[in-house]
Design a protein around this ligand. Structure first.
Ligand code: NA7
Length: 536
């Protein structure tokens, strides 16, 4: 098992998104032979797949990026405060070329299974053409929102017009101008899509089941002068992100909404509303996130904003979420979303009142109407976090199946590793910190890379977390769900997916702890010589 030479790579990585890309950059620095296998025809991961109309950051571009290279920070100029998908994909390709890692990627290759062999301490991956790839280590960079879900509604396959899930949008332009378009889903994706499609469609019907909170984005272009001033502030911005619980440049306001005079609260909220970006969510008073009464106050204040922007009071009420408070699901940002519903060609269908009965060859049929459509867009989300792991068959020691191990929900050690699956690490998988994704990826990849260096330095060819570590971490992950209100509502973050059997109730798949605490715990494990990892 000490000889790597007859293996195809020292490390095989699955997935060529930001996590896979930074893994290659980091591990190449250790002199390791790294190969990434990716099913898409291009690198980019989520930013390759999600090219639906209107796809862009909701986080400020100059915070939602890699920070590991000063040169990269110096060279890359953001065009907008909230980067649109094509420019983000350019950014990713720029990184791949700058660090000269394109040869490390094998694209258009779909891994179907990954099997660990105890005798050789190696992994064998098999792709959809039965070709095999071998390595000492396997790093899964599958992405948390990878596996799209179509709605579990009769007739989905019957529709004869143009139909796409937003994350499978084609490269060729989809004719939307002058068409009758329907969008199912009003999550972050639906809200972006709706705003773009409404610009040219003849008629747009929005099929909304759960209304979503959204608030102004206030995007604008960044000229050269502003970019230079942002660049000067990079050290401060990066410091702020590292000091923030979710990795964004805003800190939660340490004051409590419940303890402040109403006028003072509302003045802060008004000021946030008029600013660009996520401050109105992640920069809010700290009790908004944990105290229902405080959250109710803010949600009521936000509801007034919706009512002021929508002409028809009945439509406004439908657009105001009733089942969850502001910020307890992912808050997308908007530019004129509510005003769209004042336009004659945009219609809201409330699926809670009139559910979809079926999709026909030409229409979406609800309990009260038949909406004829040329184009049907499914913005119906993903089988989050665990879905991508279920698409590959993982077999660990003695043929142990990951599917079976995770049958009642994922269990990991630090979100990085799973007992019985030696020499395998997960980046941004279940039970690992999330938030500002590029920052989270940077930390996770750097932690794993430091560990790989340690293994290299100590001549270790076998590493496997123990069950005790898994038990402790899983308990910690469960404990972290006790406080935040976001852990108590149905959303992809709580493992809820009405379209997948067995997933229509909440499951603990996400880490609800904060990034600072996550890093503290991971650093402690490293400082203690990687406790709870068995090594040979
Ligand atoms: P989300 O946030 O999971 O949203 C999916 C939307 O689709 C949501 O409004 C769902 O309503 C709706 N949906 C799903 N299935 C159905 C069916 N069967 N019928 C009607 N409506 C349905 O996914 P997104 O792609 O918008 O966002 C994912 C993340 O990407 C986002 O959080 C950002 O981080 C980026 P429901 O709420 O289930 O009633």
């Amino acid at each position: 098992p000490e000889d790597n030479a007859n293996l195809d790579a020292d490390v095989l990585v699955i997935g060529a998104g930001l996590a896979g890309i930074y893994t290659v950059i980091s591990l190449k620095r250790l002199g390791l032979r790294v190969k990434v296998i990716e099913r898409a025809p291009e690198v980019g991961g989520v930013w390759y797949w999600n090219k639906y109309p209107g796809a862009r950051f909701d986080s400020e571009s100059y915070t939602y990026m890699f920070t590991f290279s000063k040169e990269l920070l110096d060279e890359w100029n953001w065009k907008e405060h909230f980067s649109a998908q094509p420019d983000t994909l350019n950014y990713i390709n720029y990184i791949v070329d700058k660090f000269d890692i394109r040869p490390n990627f094998q694209l258009e290759t779909e891994v179907k299974s990954a099997r660990y062999d105890s005798a050789t301490r190696s992994w064998t991956l098999t792709d959809s053409t039965k070709r095999i790839y071998t390595s000492r280590f396997l790093i899964n960079c599958l992405g948390p929102l990878t596996t799209p879900t179509l709605p579990d509604i009769p007739g989905v396959a019957d529709f004869k017009g143009i139909a796409y899930h937003t994350s499978r949008w084609p490269d060729d332009p989809v004719p939307l101008a002058g068409k009758r378009v329907g969008v199912i889903g009003t999550g972050a994706t639906g809200i972006q899509t709706i705003q773009e499609v409404a610009k040219t469609a003849k008629q747009l019907t929005v099929f909304q089941r759960t209304a979503n909170w959204t608030a102004p984005l206030r995007n604008s272009n960044i000229d050269q002068e502003e970019m230079e001033s942002i660049r000067e502030r990079y050290p401060d911005i990066i410091r702020a992100c590292k000091a923030s619980p979710m990795g964004f440049m805003y800190q939660p306001d340490p004051r409590e909404a419940l303890k402040l005079p109403k006028e003072e609260c509302e003045a802060v909220w008004e000021s946030h509303y008029n600013q660009r970006g996520l401050v109105k969510w992640v920069g809010n008073f700290k009790d908004i996130f944990t105290n229902q009464e405080a959250n109710d106050l803010y949600s009521e204040w936000m509801s007034r904003k919706v009512r002021a922007r929508v002409n028809d009071p009945a439509v406004a009420e439908k657009l105001i979420p009733k089942s969850h408070g502001f910020g307890t699901r992912r808050v997308p940002l908007e530019n004129g979303y509510y005003e769209l519903f004042n336009k004659p060609h945009v219609k809201l269908v409330d699926l809670l009142e009139t559910p979809i009965e079926r999709i026909t060859e030409t229409s979406v049929k609800t309990t009260t109407e038949n909406v004829e459509l040329d184009v049907l867009i499914y913005a119906t989300g993903f089988d989050a976090l665990t879905g991508s792991y279920e698409e590959i068959e993982y077999f660990g020691q003695g043929g142990l199946s990951l599917k079976e191990c995770w049958e009642h929900g994922p269990r990991t050690y630090l979100g990085f590793a799973v007992p019985g699956f030696p020499n395998m690490f997960n980046i941004l998988g279940p039970h690992q910190a999330t938030g500002n994704i590029p920052h989270v990826i940077e930390y996770a990849v750097e932690w794993v890379s430091r560990f790989m260096k340690y293994l290299q330095d100590h001549g270790i060819t076998y590493v496997n977390p123990d069950v005790e570590g898994e038990k402790m971490w899983t308990q910690h992950v469960f404990d972290c769900t006790k406080i935040p209100l976001s852990a108590k509502v149905n959303s992809w973050m709580t493992g809820y997916n009405s379209n997948r059997p067995g997933k229509s109730q909440r499951r603990v798949i996400r880490y609800f702890g904060n990034n600072i605490e996550f890093r503290r715990r991971c650093e402690e494990v490293a400082a203690n010589g990687y406790e709870h990892f068995e090594m040979k």
